[in-house]
Design a protein around this ligand. Structure first.
Ligand code: TYD
Ligand code: MG
Length: 456
């Protein structure tokens, strides 16, 4: 029965075939056909049968007449997680939480579920990766000895849905979405077809029952394929773990949030007893040099609502005939652009040099305000001269060599001053109106001015 209920849909053009083919007959794209279930309950037959005239028209409402209720949120008790969620779990909301294996997804979610359970919500933790005993072991390790969270070790979607229907929990976790499979499809668990199908069933269940759903997803090596990315459009909130599995700190970033701000981040430290929120994370991405070293510049970046200081490191070294440009935590194309600007507008050439840049601590920086710090660290490494002690920089650099303002410059400067930084190179437009105690501010309009300041 399972077989005749599936078809193959092209992920590019939406074309449908009855059998799997290497090439989509509609758009000729290769390897785009994935198995999907045919929804036999839907009124698909009527669609082309000229019956539309008989269908009753649906009610339409005017926006101002609709009673807008504020969404009901329940805090998870993990303040940093609540911050990225926009205040807590939302009734009927679907959250996708992705990240590398071993980064702490299961740990964080178990801690959050326990918090929700304690605040009176019934929770169900469905595990497809570990046995119930392993989950219990983890909860003891986390110090949640009397946790009332209900656990179900199951991977078949139909059984999970039936259990949810019976228990009617307020929150369900599926750890991980890549382990669930539906009987309707013949594809293997973890394939794009299964992941999509299962996630869409769970999402529909969330919307119709008001149960909040958390989907845990591993980011696979290939990134998009079968990873959580194929689900991003289906869910309400997408959170990704960032950071190095080897370092203590973990960042959780909201990539999409229908119930809150995006690009908000939560910062955690992995401890013996699970993840602990770091409420004042501004200084955690600085390495501790006793003496200033060449090739290092501290950037004041604004992640979500909080300024953070991140050390940018550069290493410029003589390269071969085709020198390399590599960046970790920063955009590589932007690095190439900045090197061109540095050459053209400040006369600093790195054409025959390998250039490596790194944002310390595995943090990923996407804002262009990092440009100035990147350039200054490159210049510093190239000359083998450290920047002055207590030095910070921020500002976007344009192709014409201009230094553009960064949002909320005052806040950034104040945070740096609070942490004891004493010299700042910033865009002219961000120059403070009143002097900041203990800080010398150099406000520059152009890249060559900034480079000139540290070249002496
Ligand atoms: P886990 O939540 O299992 O990762 P994921 O679900 O994302 O794959 O956590 C993995 C790591 O965290 C594991 O290597 C052990 C470490 N850890 C701690 O350091 N302290 C703890 O209290 C727990 C539960 C895990
Ligand atoms: Mg896990």
């Amino acid at each position: 029965m399972a077989k005749e209920k599936t078809q193959y849909t092209c992920t590019d053009c939406g074309g449908i075939t009855a059998k799997w083919l290497g090439k989509c007959p509609s758009c000729n794209a290769w390897n785009t056909l994935i198995e999907t279930a045919v929804d036999s309950s839907g009124p698909t037959k009527n669609r082309y049968a000229g019956m539309a005239a008989l269908a009753p028209a649906s009610e339409v409402a005017v926006l101002s007449d609709i009673e807008a209720q504020d969404v009901a949120r329940t805090p998870t008790g993990q303040e940093e997680l609540d911050r990225v969620l926009g205040g807590g779990m939302v009734e009927g909301g679907v959250v996708l939480i992705g990240g590398d294996p071993g980064i702490g997804k299961s740990t964080l979610i178990l801690q959050a579920m326990d918090g929700l359970q304690r605040s009176g919500m019934s929770t169900l933790y469905v595990t497809g990766e570990e046995s119930a005993a392993q989950v219990a072991l983890r909860s003891r390790r986390l110090g949640l000895d009397h946790s009332q969270v209900q656990v179900l070790a199951e991977t078949q979607l139909e059984k999970i849905l039936a259990t949810v229907d019976k228990l009617q929990p307020a929150v369900v976790v599926m750890d991980s979405i890549q382990t669930v499979y539906s009987d309707q499809l013949t594809s293997a668990p973890g394939s794009v077809a299964q992941v999509r199908e299962c996630a869409s069933h769970l999402t529909r269940m969330a919307k119709s029952s008001g149960t909040a759903v958390v989907l845990v997803g591993h980011v696979t090596k290939e990134g998009a394929l079968a990873g959580p990315r194929v689900l991003e459009h289906m869910v309400d909130t997408v959170l990704y773990f960032e950071g190095d599995t080897h370092s203590t700190y973990r960042l959780v970033r909201a990539i999409k949030n229908r119930f809150g701000a995006v690009n908000e981040i939560g910062v955690f430290a992995m401890t013996e007893k699970g993840l602990k929120g770091v409420s004042n994370p501004s200084a955690i991405f600085l390495s501790q040099h006793t003496e200033p070293v060449p090739g290092s510049c501290v950037l004041v970046t604004l992640e979500g609502t909080r300024p953070m200081l991140v050390e940018i490191q550069a290493l410029v070294d003589s390269g071969g005939p085709s020198p390399r440009r590599l960046s970790v935590g920063l955009d590589r194309d932007r690095l190439a652009m900045l090197l061109a600007v540095l050459h053209r507008h400040a006369g600093v050439a790195c054409m025959d040099q390998d250039v490596f840049v790194n944002a310390v601590g595995g943090v990923r920086i996407s804002e262009p305000a990092a440009d100035l710090a990147v350039l200054l660290s490159i210049q510093s490494s190239l000359r083998g001269k450290p920047l002055p002690q207590g030095f910070i920089a921020f500002g976007e650099v344009g192709l014409a060599g201009e230094v553009r303002p960064a949002p909320r410059g005052q806040e950034r400067l104040k945070e740096a001053a609070k942490l004891g930084f004493t010299v700042a190179v910033i865009p002219k437009a961000n120059a403070p109106k009143k002097p900041i105690p203990g800080m010398t501010v150099h406000a520059v309009e152009r890249v060559d001015e900034a480079i000139g300041l540290v070249r002496e």
